[in-house]
Structures are given as C-alpha cells and as structure tokens.
Write a protein that binds this ligand. Structure first.
Ligand code: ADP
Length: 741
C-alpha cells in the first residue's frame, strides 16, 4: 500500500453548545477547500460522530452547504459526548478518521471541545500504534498520517475566549437580548414596572454588560465585577427610585446567570426581585431569556466573522506544518489572527479561576481593555441623575449637532455625549438641523432627561442637514458661535459633516471665533469616511440589507429567479461587499472596481449555464455608484433578455430602508464608546492654545484621533471615499465563497 502526502484529508465538525454562525463557518470551510482542490469531510454530531464513524463522516461538496448561511444552529449537528472523554472512545475515533484518511481537523466549539481536540492530538501517535498492534489498521496507513493537525475556532454565544475579540454567535445573542429588552421596556413603561432580565453567561458578563449598555439599563450585575459595597442593594434601589422621580416610567436590571456578590454567593434574579419589591414596593417581574439567546438567524457580523475564520482555518491547514501545535483562528483588533490554541484555553480558564478566587480586579483585567472601558461607561451612564458640576470653573458649553445623511446610532451617540458632558459639569447645547440650524438660531440647552429613550431610537432626533457651509456662511457661523458662547463642538455625522468641519477649520485664520476644539464623530451608513475603519450606522444598515435579502432569496427560490439588489454606499462599496458576503451573493459590483461589458457577459453566461443545470436562485449585489452606464436596471434587462426561458430576473433597490431602523447592539455600544472618548478628549484639550480639530475613529479595534489638517491627504481627490480602504482585503474571501472552480 503506497500512500503519499496528497492522500491527506481534512474534516470539519461542530461540538459542544451550538451558536448562530456555525453554519456559515462550515460553509466557508467546505467552499474554501473546494476552491483549493482539497476534499473536505464533515463529521456529524461532533465527537459522537467521530466515535461512531460510518456514514457520520461524509464528504461535503459545494452544493451541500448552499442555503445554510442564514440558518441558526448547526446543520451538521453538535453533541456532548461522554465516550470521547475516555481513551477507548478516542481510539475508535482515530480508527474512523484513518478509515477516511483524515488527519487534519477543523473544530468549531467552545473551550471544552478545543481541549478535547488537543488531548486527541497528543495521544494520536500512541493511538495509531495501538491500532496497528491490534491489526485494526495497516502500518502504512499509520505511517502516512503521523500527526493530527488541529485548527479551532470558537463557536460560543458567551464571548468568553482569549485569542478572539468576538466568538461566533455572541453578536447574534446580543441582538436577541437587546430586542427582548427593548420590547420589555415598552410594556414595563405602561405599568411602571421594574423588570429583571437574566441573560446567559456563567463566567462571563459580556452579554449582560453590552446588553445593559445598549439598552440604558438601570443596573447590571456580572460575575467579573460584583457590587463593591455592602449596601449595594440600597444603592440599586436608590437608582431605580431617583430615575423614577426624574420621570422614567420603567426600570431594568440586567443580571448575568453567573452573577455573584463579593463573597462569591450567587445573586439570583429572585433575590433581586425580593430586594426591589421589599424596599420600593414596586411591581417587579423576572424574565429569563434562556435559549432564545442561542437561536435564530445569525447576524450579519456573525456570518461574516464565521466566513472569514472558516476561510483562514483552511488556508492555515494547507500552508502550515502538520506537526505544529494546535492553532486557534480568531479576530483580534479587527484582523484575523492565528494563535496558539492551548495558550488561549489556559488564559480563558484563568478568568474563571480568578473569579472563583475572588480576584475580581484580575478577572476584569484579563477580559481586556475594551471590556473594562465599557464597564466604566456603563457605570457613569446608569446614573439616574447627574452628579452636578465638580468644579464650576472647568464648566464649558459643548454644542452637539449632526451634518450629513441620517444614520442609526446618531441618537445613541448624542445621548451618551450629552449625559457624560452634563455629568462632568458642562452645559450642553443641542443644535437642530446641523449648521443651518445654528444659523437660524435653533439652539437649546439639553438636560439629562432631554435624551431619555434615545439609546435605541433610530433616526436623528436633533435633525440633520446636508448643506456644506462655504463663503459668507462661515462668517455667520463664527458669529453664532460667539453669540451662543459655544466653547467646543461635537459633530456626529457623515461626509457633509466632515467637509463642513474642514471648511470651518480652514476658516479659523479669518475668524478667530472658530478657533475652538472640534471633534467629528463618524456616523453614516456609507462607511466612506476618512480616519476610521468603521462608522456608526453601518452595522444596522448591513443587518437591514441582510434581513431583506434573506426574504428576497426565499421568494426567488420557488421560481428560478435571479435578483439584482442595489444597496447604498455612494462612492464606497463597503456595504455592497459585506452585504454580499453575508447573503451569499455570487457577484458584487463595486465602485472601486467598476463594471465592464466583458464582466457582465461572463456573469450572464455563467447564469445561463448554471440555471440550465438546475440552479434555482441567483443573487447579485450592486453598489449604487458601481458604474454610471451599467445601472441596476440595465443589468436586470440584460440578464432577463439573455436568460430567455431558463430564468427570470428581478431588481430590488433597497433605498432608504437602509438608513432607518433602530440601531443594532454593535452600533449602540460603539456610539457610546466613541461619544465617551470624544467628550474625554474635549475635556483634556480645554484651554489649549492650539485647539484641536479632529476626527475620532475606530481603527484596528482601537479608538484613534486624526487631525482635520490631514483630511485632503486621506480622501480620494474626486470621489466620496478614503484613499485607503482596508476592507478591500475581503474581496478574495467573497470570491472564494461565490464560485466553484
Ligand atoms: P464546549 O465545547 O461548548 O465548551 P463541552 O465542554 O461540553 O462544550 O465539550 C464538548 C465535548 O468536547 C464534550 O462532550 C467532550 O466530548 C469533548 N471534551 C471536552 N473536554 C474534553 C477533554 N478534556 N477530553 C476529551 N474530550 C473532551
């Protein structure tokens, strides 16, 4: 029996608790492997399928993973398997893998599943020796597969693993939680009720923390940060009472299932209910969200995260040494990163250990800086009323306004900035309808309760304008700034806002009143702004597109139909590309690449061939400015004509639905993060001789500032987009997912 290296086979499986996005990962693994000409097997029902063997280990091809991207759970099944915990079970698993020549595994699961894979890999040589000795396998077969190669990715809603800033499924779970709390708030407000919402997270408070932050909860309890005083029950009740006194009709307490006090005693929802009812005498109800958090269609983020990780896992298996230590593929600082798997598992376990040993500072530190930062923002924002000025001499007048198209999350940012600034003792002025409003005098002082209910409200309560001030308007703006004694400006907006800010910056020389600190906070669904990889509103628009396209796909599949979907983006193809990736589009037309007749011909020929061969659905996404002549209508007519009787074509221009809707959890938490850092920046710059004019942004997962002076160097000379767009690196992944070789 001669066996060569090309006889190596790989398998993917899902294990432990399921999470939304696992299917997207399996799809990406199978399709990337097929693109590379490597067969990929799936092991059904996790380790149980490996122990059972037979038809539970089977080859998957391109079409087998069609139509699963948008499904929750895992179509290849997951299980908890006692047999695999025993050596005898692992011996059977090794024999079953070798029967299929498999010696490379892609594991999608939690830390238990990943640990199991490591144990298996360590034992592999001994297991093979034993199988040879027993005569179960040919020695040549054992010799051809001396190592078991492992690449893992984390499928878990808890977001509790080192080695990845986000686990597959956590964002979707947060969507479920935030939707549920938003819904509960409306009924709670009708009856002056307080709700205690219990969310998953035995050792990790991520879901409770972000869920509480994104919904404006009154109090949040998480395992890493137990209440730090003995009278916390009284403080919690005071908060609930004073928020009621201020006019809030409802109260929400979010509790992680693993919440505890400083002595390690569990804090149950029923205990908290009793405390509130006894002390405040209010109607208090408990909602335990349970498995709702795990289920349902994955969010756009989870689909794309899983796709990127699945793609990288295969690339890594194919290019690395089979003897290498097991690896974990994750996302760190907004880039895919490969780390040592067991190092990550050990660090993850050290957090649970720190909590068990009551080393809470250590637990919080290990969770990373953005977790601690979010906890800090939450603590400030959950104040029912401001502390009042700490030092009146430091008190300044901050004006907040929007400029550019509306984007979901604008209200969230304004609420956070206004409350944090008021809490710091400043006066906050809300300017309606952008700089036009400033000129017409629509300026009013905002109070703590002016922004009540804004945390999750779509649209822009302050109003916005798209007109970029030039010429004598700049002089008038200078006078208005003087008249209203504005000390600093926070502009939350898009392209028109950035251009306005730049004009004001340039006019500083002529009008000294304009020499005040100015910060631009990126909020636009187009994601076309300089100085940031991510703008507030994009995630909401993306999820709105993905939800609509899911429905469109369902309608099309019954009729052999091809859809051309047009999405917004102006001169930037970001939304089109990431929406195409998250919906499984076979082609995305981007302004960065343009459209040629040759490309259209290639696409239509492929469609005719594939629909002729039994294909039932086609999906193309076109960015609105992809090309001037080859419009969505043109492409639809061309395809319809060429499709003849084989398929028909429909176009769908999604339009303004993309700008609407309540902001997603990610847009809310990032809006709060940016607003908080912008206010802090303005505080730090107060009194500076050279007041800064800057943009705030998210780059490689961190908050950064860029001087407005840089603006011309950062943007395309004639188009509304930045020169550097890191997301373009996603194009090979989108291509690998869309067409078999
Ligand atoms: P999760 O992967 O979600 O953390 P579990 O901890 O339940 O879920 O692990 C899933 C499966 O992984 C277990 O049922 C078992 O088959 C396997 N497994 C977990 N830990 C080990 C281990 N130490 N040794 C062998 N197999 C393990």
């Amino acid at each position: 029996m001669t066996i060569n290296k090309s006889d190596r086979r790989f398998a993917v499986f899902t294990s432990g608790g399921d999470s939304p996005g696992m299917n997207a990962a399996v799809r990406a693994v199978v399709r990337t492997a097929e693109q590379r000409g490597v067969p990929m097997h799936a092991i059904l029902e996790g380790y149980q399928g490996m122990v059972d063997g037979g038809d539970r280990i089977r080859r998957l091809t391109w079409n087998d993973v069609g139509g699963i991207l948008q499904q929750g759970g895992t179509v290849i099944g997951s299980a908890r398997c006692l047999a695999f915990r025993e050596r005898a079970g692992r011996l059977r698993a090794a024999r079953n893998l070798l029967a299929n020549h498999i010696d490379g595994l892609i594991v999608i699961g939690g830390d238990g599943s990943l640990t199991g894979a490591n144990v298996f890999r360590q034992e592999w040589p001994e297991l093979l020796a034993e199988l040879v000795e027993r005569g179960d396998i040919d020695p040549a077969l054992a010799k051809a597969h001396p190592h078991l190669q492992i690449v893992g990715m984390v499928g878990s809603i808890d977001n509790d693993m080192f080695g990845t800033d986000m686990t597959i499924g956590a964002d979707t779970a947060l969507h479920r939680i935030v939707d549920a709390i938003d819904t509960i708030v409306s009924t709670a407000a009708s009856h002056h009720r307080t709700f205690i919402v219990e969310v998953m997270g035995r050792h990790c408070g991520y879901l409770a923390l972000m869920g509480g932050l994104a919904t404006g909860a009154n109090w949040v309890l998480i395992p890493e940060c137990p209440p730090d005083t003995d009278d916390w029950e009284e403080q919690m009740c005071d908060k609930l009472q004073s928020s009621r006194d201020a006019g809030r009709r409802h109260g929400v307490v979010v509790v992680a299932e693993g919440a505890q006090d400083r002595n390690g005693n569990p804090l149950s929802s029923s205990y908290i209910q009793k405390v509130i009812e006894t002390r405040l005498g209010t109607d208090t109800r408990i909602t335990i969200l349970g498995h709702v958090q795990r289920g349902g269609a994955p969010s756009a983020f989870d689909r794309n995260l899983a796709t990127m990780l699945g793609y990288t896992a295969v690339e890594h298996l194919l290019t690395s040494n089979p003897e290498d230590e097991p690896k974990l593929v994750g996302i760190l600082e907004n880039s895919v990163a490969v780390s040592n798997l067991m190092g990550c598992v050990e660090k993850t376990r050290s957090v649970a250990k720190a909590i068990a040993e009551k080393d809470y500072d250590g637990a919080l530190r290990r969770r990373g800086s953005s977790f601690a930062e979010a906890w800090g923002h939450l603590r400030t924002l959950l104040r029912a009323m401001p502390r009042g000025s700490t030092d009146i001499r430091q008190s300044r007048r901050l004006a907040i306004l929007h400029q550019g198209g509306p984007a979901p999350g604008m209200n969230t940012a304004v609420r956070a900035a206004a409350r944090l600034a008021i809490d710091d003792g400043h006066t906050v002025l809300g300017i309606e309808n952008g700089f036009d409003g400033l000129l017409s005098g629509s300026v009013h002082e905002m109070q703590w309760m002016s922004v009540h209910g804004w945390v999750g409200r779509g649209g822009a309560e302050l109003g916005t304008s798209r007109r970029v001030p030039t010429g004598e308007k700049l002089e008038r703006i200078a006078h208005c700034i003087e008249k209203h004694r504005i000390d600093e400006i926070l502009m939350v907006g898009g392209w028109a806002g950035y251009m306005s800010a730049y004009n004001i910056y340039l006019a500083r020389e002529r009008y000294p009143q304009l020499r005040i600190p100015f910060v631009c906070l990126p909020a636009t669904i187009n994601n076309n702004l300089p100085g940031t990889e991510y703008a507030i509103g994009v995630d909401t628009a993306l999820n709105s597109i993905v939800g609509n396209v899911d429905r469109i796909k369902q309608s099309a599949v019954a009729t052999h139909r091809c859809f051309i979907v047009e999405v917004m983006g102006h001169d930037c193809g970001y939304l089109a590309l990431v929406a195409g990736l998250a919906t499984g589009a076979e082609r995305v037309y981007l302004p960065e690449e343009g459209i040629s007749l040759k490309l259209l011909q290639k696409d239509v020929e492929r469609l005719v061939k594939e629909f002729g061969g039994g294909k039932r659905l086609g999906l193309f996404v076109r960015s609105e400015n992809a090309e001037e002549i080859y419009t969505t209508d043109f492409i639809a007519r061309l395809f319809e004509q060429e499709g003849g009787d084989v398929f028909d074509v429909r176009q769908s221009i999604l339009g303004h639905t993309q700008q609407g809707g309540n902001p997603t959890p990610y847009d809310r938490t990032q809006a709060i993060r940016l607003a908080a850092r912008a206010v802090q920046f303005l505080n730090e710059q107060a009194g500076s001789d050279n007041p800064p004019a800057a943009t705030i942004g998210l780059n490689k997962g961190k908050v950064t500032f860029t001087s407005l002076e840089e603006l011309p160097n950062l943007i395309h000379p004639n188009l509304q987009r930045p020169r550097n767009q890191r997301w373009l690196a996603l194009r090979p992944i989108a291509q690998a997912m869309s067409a078999p070789q």
